[in-house]
Design a protein around this ligand. Structure first.
Ligand code: MG
Ligand code: MG
Length: 255
């Protein structure tokens, strides 16, 4: 069952989402060759707590950190470690914050120093597909209109869509109904309604779509070892159209 949120609940989710946005924006600036993913995690945790919120990921199903940090062929759920980022890496940083009982969830991909043109284009397409999906988040549209927007945009550019992981409803819990796949038949699925809040998160591979989970039980990697990209925003369906709850307070949605 999809839990619809009132206007005041959406305002509370916005407050949580803003902390996520500010944290990711700072992490992007810190991302350079030589920094470890553990250092990024430590900053994220302290920044979220300083804002009076809780890092939602910490302890979630036993996850040991406040961000997921996934490098190169790692798709999602990478565990921060002493691994130092190197020139040319692509890192996906996924971050959640809970404030006054409501959750915000967003993710960015960042090139470390100079990255190859193909990785640059992959990141750009992934982020653009998220905005294409967002445009579909209006009252009366179908759920898979959102999904198909991602699929159509990315597959037209020769990329592949990860099948095993998807976006989700979000509110007082990080993962609520419905699941939001990044592929699907347009015109099918539940009808979106004002008050729905979805975390939309394209996970897009340069090579094939197949993935596997490493022995640490968390880190998901591409089977062919090629790079993957991931962007996510928490977005509300409102009377005024789609509203990004994890945007910066200057209104910028590109973190
Ligand atoms: Mg996330
Ligand atoms: Mg999510």
């Amino acid at each position: 069952m999809v839990i619809r949120k009132s206007r005041s609940e959406i305002q509370r989710m916005r407050a949580a989402g803003l902390i996520v946005a500010q944290t990711l924006s700072a992490l992007r600036k810190m991302t350079e060759p030589g920094i470890s993913t553990k250092e990024l995690d430590a900053f994220a945790e302290s920044n979220i707590r300083k804002a009076g919120a809780y890092p939602t990921f910490k302890g979630y199903r036993g996850f040991p950190a406040s961000i997921c940090a996934s490098v190169n062929d790692e798709v999602v759920h990478g565990i921060p470690s002493n691994r130092k980022l190197q020139e040319g890496d692509i890192i996906k940083i996924d971050c959640g914050a809970t404030l006054n009982g409501y959750v915000g969830d967003a993710a960015i991909s960042v090139g470390v120093g100079r990255v190859s043109e193909e990785v640059e284009h992959l990141m750009q397409a992934t982020q653009d597909s998220l905005f294409k999906a967002m445009e579909k988040m209006v009252d009366g549209n179908r759920l898979h209109d959102v999904s198909f927007a991602v699929q159509e945009y990315c597959e037209a550019r020769g990329y592949s869509i990860v099948r095993e992981y998807c976006g989700h409803g979000i509110g007082q819990r990080m993962h609520e109904d419905p699941q939001v796949p990044n592929y699907g038949q347009p015109g099918t699925g539940k009808r979106l309604q004002v008050g729905w809040v979805l975390a939309v998160e394209p996970m897009v591979n340069l090579g094939g779509h197949h993935v596997k989970t490493l022995n640490d039980k968390w880190t998901v990697v591409t089977l062919d070892g090629k790079p993957s990209s991931h962007f996510e925003h928490t977005i509300a369906v409102t009377e005024d159209g789609p509203t990004v709850l994890t945007a910066l307070d200057d209104g910028s949605i590109r973190l």
